[in-house]
Design a protein around this ligand. Structure first.
Ligand SMILES: [Zn+2]
Length: 243
């Protein structure tokens, strides 16, 4: 399989662990590996968290399994396969990540690929970049997309085998339910007792990175409503906790 790789381009307060409160800071990883299914997942979903990590000095590398060529959206009329690769390249740089590896699995077909095969790509990236942790979508897939779930499962499989923590971006149930109600689309959330971290984020860079996915964004995209409902907090849960 051919791959596309790119290498474009503080101090951390101690998290508060007072009784009844959740940690408010991302883990102090020197290096993190993001594992996603589609170009734009890293920005639409994980953008604020990735930017927070890179701002903290964490080296972030991104593994993306597909070119997103099966998207039903195409705001610019471009060839999606090549356009989305370039969009991922620009968004990676905007978020301050070290680089990305874009594989050529079929968009919409990840669930049909063997879990071991997908996890081997995580292993290869991990051997190159030595992450202290993996960052993924929640195992619900957030939107329930089977590609999202397969990408997360690959990271969890590798995390279990290699003893690496796996941190997942999750939607609070109240936000997921509101979005589902408003849009008629499916969003899967987590109840408060399933959330391990609530992290305060600055969304400016995430919004900028999202806009770089020009084929996929429109002024009426659900993304903007989701960011509005989430405000300046991201919710995360350990799919495989540290230690
Ligand atoms: Zn996606």
């Amino acid at each position: 399989m051919t791959t596309t790789q790119s290498d474009p381009g503080g101090s951390r307060p101690q998290g508060s662990h007072a009784a009844g409160s959740r940690p408010e800071h991302l883990p102090p990883w020197s290096s993190a590996l993001v594992v996603v299914a589609h170009p734009d997942d890293e920005s639409f979903g994980l953008g604020a968290i990735i930017h927070q990590l890179t701002s903290n000095g964490t080296d972030v590398n991104i593994l993306c399994y597909t070119h997103g060529e099966a998207s039903t959206l195409n705001e610019t009329g471009a060839d999606l396969r090549s356009a989305r690769q370039e969009e991922l390249r620009q968004a990676t740089a905007a978020l301050g990540a070290v680089g990305f590896t874009l594989l050529e699995y079929p968009d919409g077909g990840l669930a049909g690929i063997g879990a071991g095969e997908l996890a081997r790509h995580v292993a290869g990236m991990a051997q190159r970049h030595r992450p202290e942790g993996l960052l993924v979508f929640d195992d619900t897939g957030i939107t329930g997309h089977p590609d999202h779930q397969a990408a997360t499962q690959a990271a969890v499989d590798y995390g279990l085998a290699a003893g690496l923590p796996v941190l997942a971006w999750a939607l609070p149930a109240v936000v997921a339910d509101q979005l589902s109600q408003e849009t008629g689309a499916h969003f899967a959330g987590q109840q408060p007792d399933q959330i391990d971290l609530c992290v305060r984020v600055d969304r400016e860079v995430q919004r900028r990175a999202a806009l770089l996915h020009a084929t996929q964004v429109s002024p009426t995209a659900v993304l903007w409503r989701r960011l509005q409902l989430l405000g300046d907090c991201e919710h995360l849960r350990w799919l495989r906790p540290p230690g």
